[in-house]
Design a protein around this ligand. Structure first.
Ligand code: ZN
Length: 505
């Protein structure tokens, strides 16, 4: 086998790969919604072709070997498809020799759906910016205006493809951050159902609330989540509520890697059966928790432990003997016992002015939480002064999310709520500004009922001039795997190989 024909999975990807079944990958979606422009599929195809040589990783797919999963180079480019399914719908990417990523278009939204085995959000934000920039340049924008964005004709660094866990792991045995057994949200899964609820709020209104309470934005959001969970629990909670925050390891361990390099950190609170806990109590209890745990020593312990585990003979035996079943059980057990909710906050994404002017928002969908036997994934990403908080539900009970946004609204934050659920869309032409008087939130103009509580909306006094509802295809097509015809690379294969001459081991 030639070099560059295959690559090892990174340390985190080994776990993601292990939970994959024949019908599910650990997927997520990252989208850019343009302000005015509908996506031109042909131009998008060209943009994807152009950026792929800059990101050779996106030409690989996960292959299960007898003992070990690895990445194998594909012969076809990632597909560019119309968005027809639910956001990051549970399915297996990388079939038929195709890469583990697809590019989707629907009205003003351009999306990437990818397997987490490639990398974490840090890398994918850059990839999304690259494809948006390339798309805009193909539409006539001046390339010189996109400073800091990576284009397809640039050469990347080999460090971008490194497994940073391998680089920084030491033999030192360090104690891991201990976690208490966590409270678990109800899991009333509905077959083939998933609903992405997105709340959009201005940073200018959120920031002062955090500052007054001496909290980071992530801590404040986590405190509201904890309060919402306590208020909406079906029975008093006696276990620890754990908001799991994936933290970027690059802050302590510098790496240009676009592959996985994050560690989970807990923000936790145990209400001990009380239902009358106040927000202030939670705030006092959680303030500084993240700072306390997120130390270089704890992160070194995480790196060492993760690397050792995936390298050990025992882990290889589990994989080879129990295969899917064994790793599935381990993943489900850790996720069920150690976290109530996963909250991925990508923070504020900077982009060139020309892109800010064209883009209304970025969206991040955490995939179907069923892969971890959880009911919801939450995520946030901020651009242009607005934070987008997404709740990706695999169940119909959205009471936690509803209470979360109601609490934010009670602080006089103007929240705009939208949903990918097919129920409630009136007509794509409706334009009257609407709000829900029960929840106190603005809602998409086209909605005939509130996505949080189902109430009939009332007319809002002022129009939302900045945002237009980001619509979803209705109804969704049930996902069907369409086999792809293999064909030779249609881009410059020599350029690809010349760049990618690193030792893949
Ligand atoms: Zn409502």
């Amino acid at each position: 086998m030639k070099k560059y024909e295959w690559m090892k999975n990174d340390t985190a990807a080994i776990m993601f790969s292990a939970i994959e079944g024949s019908k599910k990958s650990r997927l997520f979606r990252l989208s850019a919604v343009f302000k005015n422009e509908e996506i031109d599929p042909e131009r998008l195809k060209k943009a994807v072709e152009n950026i792929i040589p800059r990101y050779p990783l996106l030409m690989y797919r996960d292959v299960k070997g007898y003992y070990w999963a690895y990445l194998e180079k594909c012969d076809v480019l990632p597909a560019v498809l119309p968005e027809e399914n639910r956001p990051a719908e549970l399915r297996r990417l990388g079939r038929d020799g195709a890469p583990e990523i697809v590019f989707l278009y629907y009205k003003r939204r351009l999306s990437i759906e990818a397997n987490h085995i490639y990398g974490d959000g840090t890398g994918f934000v850059e990839i999304l910016k690259s494809v948006v920039a390339e798309y805009m340049v193909l539409g006539g924008a001046d390339k010189a205006d996109f400073e800091g964005v990576r284009f397809g004709d640039e050469k990347g660094s080999e460090e971008e493809l490194e497994n940073a866990f391998r680089r920084y792991a030491t033999k030192e045995k360090l104690p891991k951050v201990k976690r208490e057994e966590s409270y678990v949200l109800p899991k009333d899964y509905v077959k083939d159902y998933q609903n992405y609820i997105c709340g959009i709020l201005p940073f200018s209104e959120l920031k002062p609330l955090c500052k007054e309470r001496d909290l980071t934005v992530t801590e404040f959001i986590a405190s509201v989540m904890i309060l919402a969970i306590i208020r909406t629990a079906r029975e008093p909670i006696n276990k620890t509520i754990i908001i799991d925050i994936p933290v970027n390891l690059r802050q302590f361990f510098p790496s240009e890697s676009i592959r996985n390099f994050t560690s989970p950190m807990p923000i936790h609170f145990n209400p001990h059966g009380r239902t009358d806990v106040t927000h202030e109590e939670i705030i006092e209890a959680i303030r500084g928790q993240l700072k306390k745990y997120n130390t270089k020593e704890n992160q070194q312990a995480f790196i060492n432990h993760s690397f050792a585990m995936t390298q050990s003979l025992a882990a290889q035996l589990i994989l080879s003997i129990f295969k899917q079943w064994g790793m599935n059980a381990i993943q489900k057990k850790t996720h069920n016992n150690e976290m109530t909710v996963v909250f991925t906050n990508m923070g504020n994404i900077k982009m060139p002015q020309v892109m800010s002017d064209a883009i209304e928002r970025f969206e991040l969908v955490g995939g179907d939480a069923r892969v971890y036997d959880m009911s919801v994934f939450t995520s946030a990403i901020s651009v242009n002064g607005y934070m987008h908080i997404g709740f990706n539900y695999s169940t119909k009970d959205v009471s936690f999310c509803r209470e979360f946004f109601r609490i934010l609204a009670s602080y006089d934050i103007s929240v705009r709520v939208e949903s990918s659920d097919e129920n409630g869309i009136e007509a794509a032409t409706a334009a009257e500004p609407k709000m829900c008087s029960e929840c106190g939130v603005r809602i998409g103009e086209e909605y005939s009922k509130c996505p949080l509580c189902g109430s009939v909306p009332v007319k809002a006094e002022t129009a939302d001039t900045y945002f237009k509802t980001a619509l979803y295809p209705q109804p969704y097509k049930p996902y069907k795997h369409v086999p792809r015809k293999k064909k030779n690379n249609i881009y410059d294969i020599d350029r690809f190989h010349a760049w990618f001459n690193m030792d893949p081991s």
